[in-house]
Design a protein around this ligand. Sequence first.
Ligand code: PHE
Ligand code: CO
Length: 290
Amino acid sequence: MSAKDPVLQPPPGARPDWTIDQDWEGYTADEHQVWIRLYERQTALLPGRACDAFLHGLEALDLHRAGIPDFSRINAELERLTGWSVVAVPGLVPDEVFFDHLAHRRFPAGQFIRRPEQLDYLQEPDIFHDVFGHVPMLTDPTFADYMQAYGEGGLRALDLGRLHNLARLYWYTVEFGLLQTPAGLRIYGAGIVSSHAESIFALDDPSPNRLAFDLERVMRTPYRIDDFQQVYFVIPSLQALLDATLQDFAALYASIARRQDLAIDEVTPSDRVFTRGYQSYAARGGRTAA
Ligand code: PHE
Ligand code: CO
């Protein structure tokens, strides 16, 4: 959808920018319990798996205290650290609304939490994915700048008709990114750190490819929204990621437009390979076969 198309209206009760009140008092004891179970399961798993910036952010925001966090409490600290804040939205919002929030250092987070029988998987991002997964990284000054730049870049990509390419950058960094460290690969992507099974799969499973991050390469690589990734891209540092995206993407979009997409499991001669995956999980049929 381009920014010139008729703009979708927010649902009843939402403000023109699609935000709603979090209504923290309205969460039930069972809903808080779901948060606590997910929180405890992930924090037991993540030391030695999540990157330091994520683990520090988690600690700085003290996200677990009484179950589902109150955004007004998180925001006091987050605004002090990097000038970001979290705003509640009813669910997925239109692209231009999403990008506009990011460009203004506001992260739109789902207000609802998954049901107890959905602990392992749900398709729409809930408050656990959005807040536990995304918000800790926003305490890192470099990542905070990257997310704002992404919002600005999203508005441009919409105008240029290249959102499908830019969306892959979000997917393979913000959602499913890995970071190289002297101690080994670490997770910084929210889609991984908020998932118990993928926090193990992304680092340990012999199935997926793990390749060095390359901006144009990533923009030519399709992704899957319904299952574990078949490829993860590894950045050398958060600063390197920010530096790689400072260039004007218009020229990059033009060059990509002349080339074909890669296959999702392809490894090319110019790829720097961390792990060449067997793709055995995908070949077995993935989640549907499990
Ligand atoms: N530099 C990009 C552009 O010119 C903007 C951007 C920055 C996009 C960071 C994504 C991440 O469009
Ligand atoms: Co997400």
